[in-house]
Design a protein around this ligand. Structure first.
Ligand code: CIR
Length: 252
């Protein structure tokens, strides 16, 4: 079974962390409606959606991707770079313990799931304001025994590595070349007017991406990628993209 872990949008999201985006008012009703549509899209793409417990006082807790890195053999519970986000991992760990052996990132390591891009058996990890070399080393120790490699990547001007680049298939990436270099894969650049379009969610049935990035979606379709879209502009005001709002895993 394919499982997607998500979490509701907390009312406190109006106090979320922001790094490269100016604060603008977030319409909670609209954010909730778009998040519900995102969960519906995941169901249509074959996932059972399981919500983590509500954490109304943790402003960024809808962005569950940052709390764990999950592969078949193990779930690495992160230690997010922003201190305000560290309590979010408790409930993710409790849920993931039902499906995986857990490894916890310990101080002084920090790592956000948004910095962790997996393509097949290779991990690329953004060195960012949120993820440090010790965190990357701890991830490496956790996954190398299962045949994965881990390579650090420098990111400039974007919050996370996956703000700048994600996989559109096992062999093709979508990338904003202003924010990250070439990783050695066949690559499509985002449309220059859509700088955040490098964040797409790869599923078993194509990619899910924000409807606002229509020109980049066309570039992907032209390369044979099946593209599904959702409105995601309200949570984009909190610097979140489509990968951020779920943890996808194979579960029994
Ligand atoms: C933060 O700054 O942590 C949140 N406001 C946004 C996190 C987005 N998560 C992600 O890209 N994986």
């Amino acid at each position: 079974m394919l499982l997607a872990l998500t979490r509701s949008v907390p009312p406190s999201i109006t106090r979320c962390e922001l790094t490269h985006v100016a604060r603008t008012p977030i319409d909670l009703g609209r954010a909730n409606a778009q998040h519900a549509a995102y969960e519906r899209a995941l169901r249509e793409l074959g996932y059972r959606v399981e919500r983590l417990p509500d954490t109304p006082d943790l402003p960024d807790s809808v962005f569950v991707e940052d709390t764990a890195v999950v592969v078949d053999a193990v779930a690495v519970i992160t230690r997010p770079g922003a201190e305000s986000r560290r309590p979010e991992t408790q409930t993710s760990a409790a849920a993931l313990a039902r499906y995986r052996r857990l490894v916890h990132v310990e101080p002084p390591g920090t790592i956000d799931g948004g910095d962790v891009l997996r393509i097949g058996k290779r991990f690329f990890v953004g060195r960012s304001a949120r993820t440090n070399d010790d965190g990357i080393a701890q991830l490496r120790n956790a996954v190398v025994p299962y045949g994965y490699s881990v390579d650090p990547v420098d990111v400039h001007g974007a919050l996370h590595l996956k703000t700048a680049i994600t996989a559109a298939s096992d062999s093709l990436v979508i990338r904003n070349p202003q924010w990250v270099g070439d990783l050695g894969y066949d690559s499509i650049d985002v449309d220059p007017g859509e700088p955040f379009a490098g964040n797409v969610l790869l599923t078993e049935r194509g990619v899910l991406m924000p409807s606002a990035h229509a020109r980049t979606a066309e570039r992907l379709r032209a390369r044979g990628i099946v593209v599904h879209t959702v409105d995601a502009d309200e949570l984009a005001k909190a610097e979140g993209g489509v990968t951020c709002c779920s943890l996808l895993l194979q579960a029994q």
